[in-house]
Design a protein around this ligand. Sequence first.
Ligand SMILES: [Zn+2]
Length: 459
Amino acid sequence: MCESSKSERPELESGHFQETDGSGKKVSRRSFLGGMALGAGCLGAGTLIGEAIKNLGSEQGQNIPIQHNNERKAPPLGSLSVVVVQLLPENAEPHQGIEKISSGVRDALGRIALTTSHLYLNVRFTRDGHSPDTTRITEDGKQPAYSQRLLQLIGQAHAREESDMALVIVDSADTEKDYYAGLTVYDDKYPPVAFVRDVGGVSIGTIAHELGHMLAPEGVKRGLGHAWALQSWVRQDGDKEVKDWRHSPHVAPIQDIIAAGYGLEKDDSGKPNPYASRYSVMGNSALFDSMVDPTIPMFSSPELAFLDPTLSIRHITMPSMGTGQIPINYGGPDRAGITIDIPEDHILRQIAPNTDTLFIGPIVRSKQWSNPIDRMGVFATWSGGRDSAILNPSIWDESIKYSENSFEHVAYIDEQLGILVAAGQQSGQVYVRLVPLHTEEAQELIRAGQERLIKSLNI
Ligand SMILES: [Zn+2]
């Protein structure tokens, strides 16, 4: 299991760092540089993952990562570089060794490249010989450990010259704190640094998750956030599966669903779980550890829109008027999603207070499928599109039917926006349609969906 999926503390991710601020353990510059020297020359070869891609345009540096912009022309990233630091003092026994580390990192980078089709990161592996600077108490007593401060310094020092980000793999001893499997820290003056523990093995999901925190379009400082999920209308109650179909997004407005007590999925401590979504490695990253089908996208459609400002997103300003069919595509230059502003008094703010935008975009289960779009996802998003919560998370939700007897289904209903989101396909082209909610047509779509649902559940 990926512990990063449980216990990263966001406040650490935004901690500002100063070399001489006196907080925490100070690292003397001399011993620090000494440790660096050991690493030099051990494993220096740079490697390009995937092919280099052309720079697609010239309007660089727009700090408008997502949404509210139907004419976005900023180019995607040409190429970013990451330095991967194997932290292993001389004569220390590695937990995993460089072979496993580099294979895990390459797998994660390969999957990010497959998912985004534009983020091909240059990777350089190196070794750092710093010894642990502190200890932590375990079942076996006091064990050597690295403080977060030293890990950050090490990452920054290796990234400083020519890398956009650093990934430090703690390959001996452990981190001082063990509530995370990986952690990313930002400092506006330096490239971001992520640390990943590998005591229990090299986790592709954790590595990709931490890299995700460091990926952003050019000119944008911080990378992706996390991926929450609304509690599903199908849930496990002990041994029993409870299917509360009346609160499925096919038949109930989000207002009724939330009024019935549904909120964001919680973690063990009872707080909304930022790792709940199974549709992104920024959510439940452990689901992405296996390479069974490497074309399963690691990022959700709103995250892809954040990462690539050139994706065409249609912003609807008057949703309650309805729309005709809006073709939705995946993995190409065509329409990749729809956004709608969320007003301040919207009920979604009760469960996700910072929500400002509704994002409607495809859920793809495998890019290898001839019809890759499985169904239409509806997401609450905030912080510039970095963070999102999927509002129709159930795998029981209706999918797009590509067969002859295809039908349009309801993906989401919203009384405050006055809309029903219908999804379907015609001759293989998936589309979304906003239908004004208080029309006979909308009510008929809901009735038909309810009938199918009851039938499929054998109620
Ligand atoms: Zn995280």
